[in-house]
Design a protein around this ligand. Structure first.
Ligand code: GAP
Length: 535
């Protein structure tokens, strides 16, 4: 969650197991994903003709389809699959007092430091984390060396637990992390600066250790409301969608006659003036969140916290990206308003990183809004015959991070039996931008017309692509690269007996079936129902 949690998401014991890939391999994979995303219309750098704008990206023709499908999967799983969850779409601009009440004006900060020689600005915690990463790489090298030396007999866990160099470096990491956590949590900015000095961290540009003091920098973007001077008021672009839910708690509860426990879901843009925004769409200044606040009786929040942890992990795993690609990280040190919090981390090309946060936020936000607005935000519970401010369990997943998780995990280069290679995007079929490509074998003998006929019957239920250019082999490769689960080939036999061949993206197997069976075959594989049923 916001504020402190980003400083305590490292568990050294666990982390070492997942840092086996070399830095180069990870960077290569991320580069491959970025270039594939651009080449096939998934993601473009924003305003590229003007050389782009840092940490802002545009979703292309296929990217917006994939993004919409992820949103639909989340939205339906929340609202359609839960009778007691409804969705809203609140404004990005909110009354400025909202952010005073939520604590964002005073505490939504990053610690910054400048190098006096290069004049470059850095996030102090990131400089320290990068230093830690270098130590981790040393551990990786030790492991790689030992693994090569001992071959199959190599016991990774034992090596990590006993090798003196590994233990010394692990100890170093733990000490640095402890110091970083303590200084940041106590807002001890001198202590953070001292840590940077003690670790002898140098500026990557100037190579010097000539640092300024550390200052806090608020992450909210602000702008002016009103065109007449004097009427203007500072307002903020929301840094999380959750506050739009909190301020509408009573509106939704009353107009929807909702009874506790119930949830309010929302998908929408959020903005943070991230100082170090990088790793493609992982950390951006404009991004989208899918958040749900679940309002419960005070005292029942831990039960619901466990429920949502389990439910959200199931939601992720149903996509079939591999159960090993996820791990849960419980926060040990909690923000002042939370009584439990954890991250669902995903194995991104850059390693395991936060994908979603699940937070038991107590009654902090509603109480703060009661205090700042002077309005009661309570629920009368007929069973208990009393009114109370509900407690809240929040699930918050970044849509762009989901997109990156799905895209990076699905992109593979396969070696085929004949020695050639194919690039295939094995997207979960229900999320694929196009479900089926319809292709006439040749551009004559009435085949294109027949293919169009099939396209026109399927297009009402499936996003289809008509593709007649190039050889069949090239067309198949193109569809593999964009992740289309099925290719339907219309050939001369089609004209005789109304059958077509259907090629499966993953197995590359082709079957001949009647045109009348196409709808069922495609639907069975691509329908979102397949995912929702597994929840
Ligand atoms: N309302 C809770 C909240 O905002 P958070 O952990 O700060 O919590 C929730 O953010 C999720 O939003 C994160 O798990 C991540 O997926 C996504 N997110 C946060 N900052 C982001 C950024 N700069 N770029 C992309 N996604 C981001």
């Amino acid at each position: 969650m916001i504020f402190f949690d980003k400083f305590n998401n490292n568990n050294p014991q666990l982390t070492y197991f997942f840092y086996f890939c070399t830095m180069e391999q990870k960077e290569d994979k991320l580069k491959e994903v970025i270039s594939h995303a651009k080449e096939y219309g998934y993601v473009f750098p924003s305003s590229e003709i003007y050389d782009g704008l840092a940490a802002t990206y545009d979703y292309g023709q296929l990217g917006s389809e994939l993004k919409n499908n992820i949103k639909t999967y989340w939205w339906k799983s929340m609202t359609q699959m839960h009778e007691n969850i409804v969705g809203i779409d609140s404004a990005i601009f909110m009354h400025p007092t909202t952010w005073k009440a939520s604590g964002h004006v005073d505490a939504f900060n990053d610690p910054l430091i400048d190098n006096k020689d290069s004049k470059k600005r850095y996030r102090a915690d990131v400089l320290i984390e990068e230093h830690i990463e270098k130590i981790r790489q040393k551990i990786n090298k030790e492991v790689e060396k030992a693994s090569k030396k001992f071959g199959e007999a190599f016991d990774k866990a034992q090596f990590l637990a006993t090798n003196p160099n590994v233990l010394r470096n692990s100890q170093k990491i733990t000490e640095i992390e402890d110091r970083m956590r303590t200084t940041l949590e106590n807002n001890d900015l001198e202590g953070v600066q001292q840590l940077i000095i003690d670790l002898e961290i140098v500026c990557p540009i100037s190579g010097s250790k000539n640092w300024t003091e550390v200052r806090q920098f608020n992450l909210m973007f602000s702008t002016e409301l009103g065109s007449v001077a004097g009427d203007a008021a500072t307002i903020y672009l929301r840094p999380e969608t959750a506050q739009g839910i909190f301020v509408n708690f009573l509106n939704v509860q009353k107009s929807g006659r909702m009874k506790i426990p119930f949830g309010i879901a929302q998908i929408g843009k959020a903005f943070r003036n991230e100082i170090v925004a990088r790793q493609f769409i992982f950390r951006m200044r404009e991004f989208e969140q899918m958040e749900m606040q679940f309002f419960v009786r005070p005292g029942e929040e831990m039960k619901w916290y466990e429920y949502w942890k389990e439910t959200r992990v199931k939601w992720h795993k149903a996509l079939g990206l591999g159960d090993d690609a996820y791990r849960l990280h419980d926060h040990i040190k909690l923000a002042h308003y939370a009584n439990a919090a954890c991250d669902i981390e995903f194995d991104f090309p850059m390693g395991f990183k936060e994908l979603e946060g699940i937070h038991s936020r107590t009654d902090f936000d509603l109480k703060q809004h009661e205090e700042f607005s002077g309005k009661k935000l309570q629920f009368f519970d007929p069973e208990l015959n009393e009114s109370y401010v509900p407690y809240v369990v929040e699930t918050s997943v970044g849509l762009d991070r989901m997109f990156l998780a799905v895209l990076s995990n699905s992109l593979n280069t396969e070696k085929l039996e004949d020695g050639s290679e194919r690039v295939v995007l094995s997207l979960p079929a229900a999320l694929a931008p196009y479900k089926v490509a319809i292709m006439p074998l040749t551009r004559k003998d009435g085949l294109p017309e027949k293919a169009r006929e099939i396209f026109d019957t399927l297009k009402y239920d499936f996003q289809c692509q008509y593709d007649e250019k190039d050889s069949p082999g090239k067309r198949y490769r193109r569809q593999d690269a964009i992740g289309t689960p099925f290719c339907v080939m219309v050939d001369h036999e089609t004209m005789e007996n109304n059958t077509v061949t259907v090629r499966d993206r993953d197995t590359m197997q082709q079957v001949r079936i009647a045109i009348s069976e196409l709808h069922t075959l495609i639907d069975e594989k691509v329908n979102l129902r397949n995912l929702l049923q597994n929840l």
